[in-house]
Design a protein around this ligand. Sequence first.
Ligand SMILES: [Zn+2]
Length: 212
Amino acid sequence: MTRILAIADEVDEALYTDKLTRLRPDLVVSCGDLPFDYLEYIVSRLDVPLVYVPGNHDPGVRSSDPTWTPLRAEPPQPGPQGCENADGRVVTAAGIRIAGLGGSMRYKPGPNQYSEAEMRWRALSVEVRIKLNRARGGRKLDVLLTHAPPLGWGAPEDLAHRGFAAFLRLAKELAPKLLVHGHVHPYGRSQPERRLGGTQVINAVPSRVIEI
Ligand SMILES: [Zn+2]
């Protein structure tokens, strides 16, 4: 059993108290749109990995400048320090295999926004990597970590908060135990247990502890 602390979109003030260490997570995942210093605070208080994807309000966190010539041994890492960016990648942390797809539906200029077609390509690239890895006897996907929800689980009338159909396909094809997303603010409404086939879907805003 792995205890995952999932966080997204709103700073949970309670995590600035001893409650954070009492939660005893094995792993922290962030679904994006959180201040980097909040993520750095959490990773510095807990001696466990923190894996994140960016949200649509986050700056671009790709190290994109191929002309960068480091003067020191290590180039500066964009994004929160001590945390692992899983955007468009498959990573393993605390023994859990995580695929990350950050960002939202494109609704204005800026980083971390995608059309459905762009997200479909990102999702396909993740799907191929997981399937190739499994063909070689590797571990199946445990957690799909996204910022936006799957299509039909957000706000269909609002482009920025519409989910991605690509996530429905990924959940079906890869059947992870868990899909964790943010972006959709529950505004105090309780979150019913939801499933997509064999995948439990959790809206992490502002924080949730999940055992898988
Ligand atoms: Zn968002």
